[in-house]
Design a protein around this ligand. Structure first.
Ligand code: 13P
Ligand code: ZN
Length: 272
C-alpha cells in the first residue's frame, strides 16, 4: 500500500486548502471542500474493506451510492490542514443510498465530515448530471463577494453582469454566471437542496451574507472560478461608491464570446 500522504489527490487538496486560507477566504473553520475519488485511486492508498467507523449522513443520495469522497472535517481550521491532514481530512464511501458514510481514512481525532456535507453531496449529484467529469465542490467565505451581498441587488442576472463588467476575462471564466441564494440556515438539507437546484445552471452559487460555492472538474478549476469571481467583487467594492464613467458594454462582452468561443448565459446580454 502506498503512503497516502504522497497521493496526488491528497497533496493537491492540502495545497488548495492552504492557498484558500492564505487568500483569507477560510477564517477559523470557515469553508469546506469535497473531492470525488475513484475506487481505483482510493485502493492504491487505503484498504477499502477496512471500515474505521460508519457515520450517518442525515440525507439520502442514491445517485452517489458507493462513491468515495475526500472531504474536510467539521470544525477544522483550514490553517491546520497542511500540518495534520489525517486529523482535518477524511475519506468516506457513501453506502445505503447515501444514508451512511463509511470512514476509510482520516478524522483520527474522532471527528467527522463538514456540516455542509448535504450541500456538497447534493451539488455533486447536480453537477455530475451537467458534466460527468465534475469532481469538486468547494465552499468558502471570500470577503468581497460576501460584502457585495450587503450592497448589491441579489438578482442573479444583475449580480452576474456586475461581475462580468469588473474584469474583461470574467465572462470567459464563468460564462454560465453566478446564481444567488438569499440568506438561509446553513448546514441543513434545505440549503443543500436549494444550492443543488442552483448548481444545475451555474458552477458558482452565492450564499448571501455567508459565502460562496464553486464546482469544477478538478481542484484548480473550482479554485480558479472562485478566485476570478472574488477578484471581480473586490474591484466592485473598490469602485461601487465612486462615480462610474467607463464600463464594459454588452457589445464588448459579445465580442469576447466570439474571441474565446464561449456562450454567455442565455438572455443575459442585450445585443442590437
Ligand atoms: P464546517 O466546519 O462544518 O465545515 O462548517 C464551516 C462552514 O463554513 C459552514 O458553512
Ligand atoms: Zn460557510
Amino acid at each position: 500500500m502506498n503512503d497516502i500522504l504522497t497521493a496526488p489527490f491528497l497533496v493537491e487538496m492540502v495545497r488548495t486548502a492552504t492557498n484558500m486560507y492564505n487568500h483569507g477566504w477560510d477564517e477559523r473553520n470557515g469553508g469546506n471542500i469535497s473531492l470525488l475519488l475513484s475506487e481505483a485511486e482510493v485502493s492504491e492508498y487505503c484498504n477499502i474493506t477496512k471500515i474505521l467507523r460508519t457515520i450517518p449522513t442525515g440525507f439520502s443520495a442514491p445517485e452517489l451510492d458507493n462513491r468515495y469522497f475526500l472531504v474536510t472535517g467539521t470544525g477544522k481550521y483550514f490553517k491546520n490542514i497542511q500540518y495534520a491532514p489525517d486529523v482535518n481530512l477524511g475519506i468516506v464511501k457513501l453506502v445505503d443510498g447515501g444514508k451512511n458514510a463509511q470512514l476509510l481514512w482520516g478524522f483520527t481525532d474522532g471527528g467527522t465530515f463538514t456540516s455542509e456535507f448535504p450541500t456538497h453531496i447534493m451539488s455533486h449529484a447536480a453537477r455530475l448530471k451537467v458534466n460527468p467529469k465534475n469532481r469538486v465542490i468547494m465552499h468558502c467565505h471570500p470577503t468581497n463577494l460576501l460584502a457585495m451581498t450587503y450592497v448589491h441587488t441579489l438578482d442573479e442576472k444583475e449580480f452576474t453582469k456586475t461581475l462580468w463588467r469588473m474584469c474583461t476575462e470574467c465572462i470567459v471564466v464563468f460564462p454560465d454566471g453566478v446564481n444567488v441564494l438569499p440568506w438561509m440556515l446553513c448546514g441543513t438539507n434545505e440549503i443543500g437542496e436549494a444550492t443543488a437546484e442552483k448548481m444545475k445552471t451555474a458552477r458558482l452559487v452565492v450564499w448571501s451574507q455567508h459565502g460562496l460555492y464553486g464546482a469544477g472538474a478538478d481542484l484548480d478549476e473550482a479554485y480558479g472560478l472562485i478566485e476570478t469571481a472574488e477578484k471581480a467583487a473586490e474591484i466592485y467594492m473598490k469602485i461601487a461608491h465612486l462615480p462610474i464613467i467607463n464600463t464594459i458594454t454588452d457589445e464588448q462582452l459579445h465580442l469576447l464570446e466570439g474571441r474565446f468561443g464561449i456562450k454567455a448565459r442565455e438572455g443575459y446580454l442585450k445585443i442590437n
